[in-house]
Write a protein that binds this ligand. Structure first.
Ligand code: HEC
Length: 143
């Protein structure tokens, strides 16, 4: 009897360890649900976006046949599971396509804050960092 229940206990114990590891892992980085940018940073970003990005990605961020959407399901489909640092690097080294890297790091961070706000992630008390290294530990997740 006991020789049969032992493997089941092990299985149960293993899944507890697994859940604990998952929780420890998400505890390491900050989460987008914590509010990682400020309202004022996002409104600065909105102005920069209008001036430097909207011509291609459109004013409502939905893009068009040439430029991808920066909001909603299609955006999350591409970016979910990747890091905020990766998204920051993509923007700050490749955008705008006609003048890559031509904005300041602060401006790219503000635009990223605006993109997060447009994707309905909450604002908070601290500004989003303008360094890809700091942003590398933050995962893009929709929940
Ligand atoms: C001249 C047109 C143009 C402008 C201006 C422009 N983009 Fe883009 N952007 C594109 C095109 C085309 C792509 C798709 C090709 C690629 O990923 O490099 C793209 C891709 C992106 C992506 C990746 C989207 C994805 O899901 O793969 C992001 C993020 C982005 N742009 C942000 C910006 C930001 C922020 C600005 C303003 C600083 C900007 N873009 C300005 C044309 C533009």
């Amino acid at each position: 009897m006991s020789s049969h229940s032992l493997p089941i206990k092990n299985l149960f114990f293993n899944s507890l360890v697994f859940v604990a590891l998952l929780q420890a892992n998400t505890g390491l980085g900050q989460s987008l649900g914590d509010g990682l940018y400020t309202e004022s940073q996002a409104s600065r970003g909105a102005e920069e976006y209008a001036a430097r990005c909207a011509s291609c990605h459109s004013t409502d961020l939905r893009g068009n046949s040439n430029s991808p959407s920066l909001i909603g399901l299609s955006f999350m489909f591409i970016w979910e599971g990747r890091s905020l640092g990766e998204l920051f690097t993509k923007m700050s080294t490749e955008m705008p396509t006609d003048q890559p890297g031509s904005l300041s790091q602060q401006s790219y961070a503000a635009i990223l804050a605006f993109i997060l706000q447009s994707n309905e992630f909450p604002a908070g008390d601290n500004e989003l960092a303008s360094s890809p290294d700091t942003l590398a530990s933050i995962q893009i997740a929709s929940e």
